[in-house]
Design a protein around this ligand. Sequence first.
Ligand code: RIB
Ligand code: CA
Length: 312
Amino acid sequence: MPQKIIIDTDPGQDDAAAIMLALGSPQDVEVLGICAVAGNVPLRLTSRNVRMVCELSGRPDIKVYEGASAPMERPLVTAEHVHGKTGLDGPDLPEPVMTVESQHAVDFIIETLMREPSGTVTLCTLGPLTNIGLALRKAPEIAARVKRLVMMGGGFFEGGNITPAAEFNIYVDPEAARDVLASGIAITMIPLDLTHKLLTLSERVERLRALGTRPAIALAEMLDFFERFDIEKYGSDGGPLHDPAVIAWVIRPDLFSGRECNVEIETTSPLTLGMTVIDWWRVTDRKPNALVLRDGDDAGFFDLLIERVGRL
Ligand code: RIB
Ligand code: CA
């Protein structure tokens, strides 16, 4: 039976790869809905981008919801310098035809978790955790009903990418991240410590492009654009591909490894705001609240991504 998932996302080229991996894996995951949140670019664009990726993937039937246009307690910080002004720069794709649902994403998340049998829905978050934080504030009872929350966010050994201390998804809404990590929900955290080992090496992007299908070529063009920033920054062949690791872990957890750790979020220091303080070496008696992944089979990850995108 495919696992029921809700994707919460701020596309973003790497978010697009994650959505395409999910939509190319119907035997593994049933996408109950995709929620757009403000992050890499404003909500108007993340909503547009979600729908463009669904149509590119041949899935205009997917239900798309719009959520928060700003973090819970702070002004929005975006990342056009990484993702381009549209958030999905790279390929030349048509504007979406499919429309968004009228229901707010936060209400969709609450309603779905209260309707589906408890412990059967996995939340896959690819951006700031604002929608989840707001849902927990509005209906705290949903926490006990979530099967697991699998999130791309944070960093410890690798430091940060938007500040020296903070990873972007956490930095944008640290209060939401704090609340999610304190909620009691079973969490798998996929930090930069893992995603910096998942590099879009040129042979991998060319293998994707060589599939020759419209979705695969478009994704290769997204990665061509997306990786330019990181190649310049890290000087590596290819850039880290963050968000698809969330979906890959849901489908093939054996590809990755980590340990249960306590994770706390810095929400006050101007110097380290949004830092994920991960007690990897268990030097405190703070209770573990997340499975933090640090290592993975990068070749196996890209084989999975390319194979599943090839099915679209
Ligand atoms: O720091 C990487 C994360 O921030 C990814 O989810 C990327 O899409 C951006 O949202
Ligand atoms: Ca993202």
